[in-house]
Design a protein around this ligand. Sequence first.
Ligand SMILES: [Fe+2]
Length: 316
Amino acid sequence: MTEGRSCPLAYRYSPASLCQEPAQVSADVLYVIGGLYGNPFALDEIEQMALAEERQGHRVKLVFNGDFNWFNASDSLFREINNRVLDHIVSLGNVEYELANPSPAAGCGCAYPEFVDQGVVERSNRMMERLQAVADGHPDIRKRLSLLPRYRCLMFGGLKILVLHGDPASLAGWGLAHESFAAGNGEPLAQWFRESGADVIASTHTCLPVLWSGLVDERSRVVVNNGAAGMGNLRHDPRGLITRISLSSPVAEPVAGLERRGLHVSLMPVAYALGPWLAQFDQLWPPGSPASLSYRNRITDGTSLAVDSVIFPTIS
Ligand SMILES: [Fe+2]
């Protein structure tokens, strides 16, 4: 296995097994939060967004679908992030999987495809080594992470919401990445919906947002990938994104959203306190460090993705 490029076998699962036992959720709003990446200021803001909904009478459940650890490479921040997140509904990302059960030669467990630069892959592997060394000092948290499931199927608003980290074949799969939708992934997508029986699939991991809707077997289906909750996703925009799923429309302006079968699915911006986070990030990962080289520009300035490129099928 090439470090950081391939999937450990334990990441794989069968699409047909994913939604066999959906768990009923009693809430009015779900926030699906992927890729917090150890950013406590983004978590503060998400909690404030939930409070604003609760003031409107909505009961909000926070659902974390992995990679809530990444930049939090200090003992205090490692404990803080995990203690705060693990109070909620949580499933694993490859980062937590490799912290709880390091796989030989998996590196970061990211399963990066060919289009990701080798320098990024190698720096992610170094970041994982440093975070694993921090996690070694916190066996109680490693134990809690090791007990988390790899995905969740939630019954919400009468529909099956499949919450996972990568794609319906693997914890670190890239089949629901923005790049996969842009290249055309209709065939595996339809097959994944058929086999799992899901109505909505909420993913993350691949760091760029997607909102797709279409018919499979004459039923409306939705894929939503929130990109990253803890860093910028769009052009010149440092805000994180989370997925909001509800029978009611959002109380704030979404970046993108749709309504299918009575369910509102929206990508909500997370306008966290960038200055304080950058100060902490620079202490943890100074200039020249792997995280600074790979991520600092993205944290300050977002990506090159235009907001109208988030929605699929593309309207021409
Ligand atoms: Fe990931």
